[in-house]
Design a protein around this ligand. Structure first.
Ligand code: PRP
Length: 207
């Protein structure tokens, strides 16, 4: 049987996901987060692991380069990828928020919003009927309101420390985020048994 190809997100959730895969019985002996290697097989050659940027995981899965992806709901929402979301791994818990210096900023008629998630941000404000200009940043978005580049940010908050240390407050909570398992639609149709078997094993460990 061909191995299932799994796109694993680099970053904060890598360790917890690998621990989960170990619990299920998948061991990647040569895996090293710090190496430049991008493809790994488990000892039984059942899983081919692609170690990719979190933001790209939904794309690998949507395009069929990976059958399965394990990645945060934040990146799934932002990508808008046409994939099946099959399982919540209850790891990497955080939430999408709107944050700013104070509530008065939020009352502005035309808001400038900085975010690593421009699509999520634009969708949220559009639903609220608020006019916004969105500035896409790739990190350290908390800086934008401090230097007057944006009125508010849309970002993920985990401990709240980054907001606190930059004098920002949560103005609105949008959505709970956690790590999810997604599958390519065609893969799920053609490798149903293999993929369902894999998900079932994960579910048993999670319970
Ligand atoms: C994320 C997020 C916040 C921070 C929230 O950034 O964009 O900045 O973590 O975590 P906290 O609530 O526990 O402080 P990340 O660490 O990924 O770095 P980045 O700003 O370079 O994207």
């Amino acid at each position: 049987m061909h191995p299932i190809t799994l796109a694993l997100a680099k970053g904060r959730t890598t360790d917890s996901t690998l621990r989960l895969l170990n619990k299920v019985g998948y061991f990647f002996e040569d895996f090293d987060e710090n190496s430049r290697k991008l493809v790994f097989f488990d000892v039984n050659q059942e899983i081919k692991l692609l170690f990719v940027k979190a933001v790209d995981v939904p794309t690998y899965v949507e395009k069929g380069a990976a059958d399965i992806g394990i990645v945060g709901k934040d990146n799934i929402l932002e990508s808008g990828a046409d994939v099946y979301e099959m399982l919540d791994l209850h790891e990497g818990k955080c939430k999408f928020v709107v944050a700013g210096k104070n509530r008065e900023t939020f009352a502005l008629k035309n808001l400038t919003v900085a975010s690593k998630y421009p699509s999520v941000a634009a969708n949220f404000f559009q639903k609220q009927g608020i006019n916004t200009e969105t500035i896409k940043l790739n990190g350290s978005v908390e800086l934008a309101p401090l230097i007057g580049m944006a009125d508010v940010i849309v970002d993920i908050v985990e401990t709240g420390r980054t907001l606190r240390e930059n004098g920002l407050v949560i103005l609105e909570e949008l959505e709970e985020i956690s790590t999810r398992l997604i599958t390519n639609k065609a893969s799920f149709a053609t490798k149903t048994e293999q993929i369902e078997g894999f998900i079932h094993k994960l579910q048993q460990v999670l319970e």
